[in-house]
Design a protein around this ligand. Structure first.
Ligand SMILES: *Cc1c(COP(=O)(O)O)cnc(C)c1O
Length: 364
């Protein structure tokens, strides 16, 4: 082995996967990494040792398969989400990406379509195509909002099997009104998923789509521990929906898909959610500081309810990205002309980004 024997083209790959590119945000070891919307604050020491205690206990039984129904974890999520939710309305997976994959496996797939409003989360088309489905997108308004009238018209026209609404939207940060979710649900015959990966960073009085679950069996709200919870490396995502919806996901998941160690770590992290989420207010403060400073530097930041800011007014995004990289700062070129996206980091990281950017001639 060790010799290159074939290229991808030589292999009997599925026709519908030919020519696709895998997800590939650069993982460069730079001192300031603000490119994938992680919480850059490490897990607090006291919580880390509490989590380790639980993992140590779980490890003693690791010769056995884990609880296939991850009961304690579902109870933990139901309690964390509130809104009167019960464990039978909760599902979880290895990241919300896996949860979304389960939804697409159960409700989209071959001969069916998944739909969203672009630009949006770059994993949606990859997940739709990977599960054998067709990806369809409709445009947003120039400021990346979605109006009720347009959403209803586009959904009726596309008539999709699964609709993914990212709220707030990645990579733009744009909030989504619940009036749009309700109207899309009423206009659609398919599943409606509201991806609330960034909900914890929205204004505290902004209602979650969880408030719409009652009486809407085709609606699901997905969340993740990867962003606000500072738990991206543990890979834990979850959703809330009608118990029948959860039963559909049981048909496609791999048995024992959540390892005993993952379950133990997530249950312990949830038990410490107030400490784990302590950094959210500070991150929101840094996000708003980024927006204000970008404006002062004559860039055009978009309104954000998340932990990142998309900004326009970048004459040459590739060049600015590279010049930041050369200064040790990694941000994201999401492929929107004239734009770049940056995650709000710690105060120090945010300062490093803003100073590096200010030192670059914008050329706009
Ligand atoms: C980061 C992100 C996720 C979370 O992915 P995980 O698999 O839970 O890490 C989901 N949706 C959106 C829109 C995201 O930006």
């Amino acid at each position: 082995m060790g010799r290159v024997t074939a290229s991808l083209d030589d292999l009997p790959l599925r026709d519908d996967l030919r020519g696709l590119t895998p997800y590939g945000a650069p993982q460069a070891p730079l001192p300031i990494a603000l490119n994938v919307n992680e919480n850059t604050h490490p897990v607090p020491d006291a919580v880390a040792s509490d989590i380790l205690d639980d993992i140590a206990v779980a490890l003693r039984d690791v010769n056995r398969y884990p609880d296939r129904e991850f009961t304690a974890l579902r109870e933990g999520f139901a309690e964390y989400l509130g809104h009167g939710l019960e464990a039978k309305q909760i599902w979880a997976g290895n990241g919300s990406n896996e949860v979304l994959q389960h939804i697409l496996q159960a409700f989209a797939g071959p001969g069916r379509t998944a739909f969203s409003f672009a630009p949006t989360y770059s994993m949606y088309p990859l997940l739709a195509q990977g599960t054998g489905g067709t990806w369809v997108s409709a445009p947003r308004e120039p400021d990346y909002t979605i109006t009720v009238e347009d959403a209803v018209a586009q959904v009726k026209h596309a008539d999709p099997d699964v609709i993914l609404l990212c709220a707030p939207n990645n990579p733009t940060g744009t909030p989504l009104g619940l009036d749009v979710v309700e109207a899309v649900y009423d206009a659609a015959r398919g599943i409606v998923v509201v991806d609330e990966a960034y909900q914890e960073f929205a204004p505290k009085d902004a209602p979650s789509a969880l408030t719409l679950l009652e009486g809407r069996p085709r609606l699901a709200i997905s969340r993740t521990m990867s962003k606000a919870f500072a738990f991206a490396g543990a890979r834990v995502g979850y959703l809330a929906a009608d118990p029948a919806f959860i039963d559909a996901l049981r048909l496609v998941r791999l048995p024992y898909h959540l390892s005993a160690l993952t379950q133990a770590a997530a249950v312990a992290a949830l038990r410490n959610s107030s400490t784990m989420l302590r950094m959210v207010d500070e991150i929101v403060e840094q996000r708003d500081r980024i927006t204000a400073t970008l404006e002062a530097l004559d860039y055009l930041p978009h309104e954000s309810w998340s932990n990142f800011v998309l900004f326009g007014g970048v004459a040459d995004p590739k060049r600015t990205w590279q010049e930041l990289y050369d200064r040790g700062v990694l941000i994201r070129d999401v492929g929107i002309p004239g734009h770049l996206r940056v995650t709000a980091g710690t105060e120090g990281e945010t300062t490093a980004f803003l100073e590096a950017l200010a030192s670059i001639e914008s050329g706009a």
